[in-house]
Design a protein around this ligand. Structure first.
Ligand SMILES: [Zn+2]
Length: 120
């Protein structure tokens, strides 16, 4: 069913413009196709610095896991203004690779802890 992208009213098949907003109607199927193409992602972890985020992404990429980082817009602004983000970065990975990514991340953390405990 076509619907108006502005007021979200549903229209009958064959209608092409919204009578209220006078904008072109869009087909609902278009949205579904877009959703199918976007891979579902899940938040893996949060880090405080861009360096940490890049290290984790590099680690994931070395195992062919396409990881991405996200930060709040205000965080990006603060990065410029203060040299670091107050909000940090969230690392996202595809849901289908989440378990693998989490194992990799945990393995990294365990290694770091081993180093620390062996020093004491
Ligand atoms: Zn409308």
């Amino acid at each position: 069913m076509p619907y108006c992208p502005k007021c979200k009213r549903d229209y009958e098949e064959g209608k092409t413009t919204c009578t209220y907003c006078e904008v072109a109607l869009v087909e609902e199927e278009i949205d579904e196709v877009v959703n199918d193409q976007l891979e579902e992602i899940k938040k893996l972890c949060s880090v405080y610095t861009l360096q940490e985020a890049d290290i984790i992404i590099a680690l994931m990429n070395s195992y062919e896991i396409p990881a991405i980082k996200k930060s709040e817009q205000i965080g990006d602004y603060l990065t410029v203004a203060m040299g670091s983000s107050m909000y940090g970065y969230d690392i996202y990975v595809p849901v289908r690779l989440f378990d693998q990514a989490e194992l990799l991340l945990n393995a990294q953390n365990i290694e770091e802890e081993d180093e620390r405990s062996s020093m004491t």
